[in-house]
Ligand binder design. Structure first.
Ligand SMILES: C[S@@+](CC[C@H](N)C(=O)[O-])C[C@H]1O[C@@H](n2cnc3c(N)ncnc32)[C@H](O)[C@@H]1O
Length: 195
């Protein structure tokens, strides 16, 4: 698939979750303005958000991690169709395994859009991979609003909600980071490593 329209239509038809429109616009503007040279993405899916970042700032290089084999195959085709193969390294792996192997690499921007229940577990690894003044953007941190709602989210969502709360609280109380929560769509957390 070559165009953003085709990618969005394919995602909708096949019920593949991709970044929502307002958040996608924010991601695009962020890359256009901040011009991160090296990006790490967790959760490639069909390569839609990867393509947005590369379209917004053409000099960037993206390392993107995807666990699902079928998704990775589609993403590879997307990168081929969009002529992005030299600007992307797709790692087909569980993100936690891949992050442990990438510990010697540093990034200017990390876009976290993988398994929400794992964000907190990834955090110590991610913090060390971010350059000073680099940014981390985490998508869907409010988990259908449950993260902000008072009280018990119920048995089904308890673990994921607790993990996302811990993730937000950790970054918000870390003096090495400046953190802002955007409450539109399913919530985006933008953090800058300041020291
Ligand atoms: C919300 S989708 C990513 C959407 C994509 N960033 C976009 O907006 O175009 C989340 C992706 O994370 C992948 N994923 C889930 N668990 C994972 C894991 N443990 N390691 C790596 N990828 C994982 C899923 O297969 C899915 O494709």
């Amino acid at each position: 698939m070559k165009t953003f329209f085709q990618l969005k239509r394919f995602a909708k038809k096949n019920i593949i979750p991709i970044i929502r429109p307002k958040s996608a616009k924010m991601l695009r503007n962020f890359c256009r303005v901040k011009k991160p040279k090296k990006i790490l993405e967790i959760g490639t899916a069909i390569g839609y958000s990867t393509s947005i970042m590369l379209d917004a700032f053409k000099q960037t290089f993206v390392v993107t991690i995807e666990k699902d084999e079928k998704m990775a195959e589609i993403a590879k085709q997307t990168f081929k169709d969009r002529n992005l193969e030299e600007k992307v390294k797709l790692i087909e792996s569980d993100a936690f395994v891949a992050l442990n192997k990438l510990q010697n690499e540093k990034f200017d921007f990390i876009f976290l859009d993988g398994p929400k229940g794992q964000y907190f577990k990834y955090l110590p690894l991610l913090k060390g991979m971010l350059n000073i003044n680099g940014f981390l953007l985490a998508d869907d941190v409010l988990f259908h609003g449950y993260v902000k709602k008072e009280g018990d989210p119920g048995h089904k969502h308890r673990t994921i909600v607790a993990s996302l709360r811990a993730f937000i609280n950790d970054l918000s109380s870390d003096s090495n980071f400046e953190t802002k929560l955007f409450e539109y769509e399913d919530g985006l957390l933008l953090c800058q490593r300041v020291k």
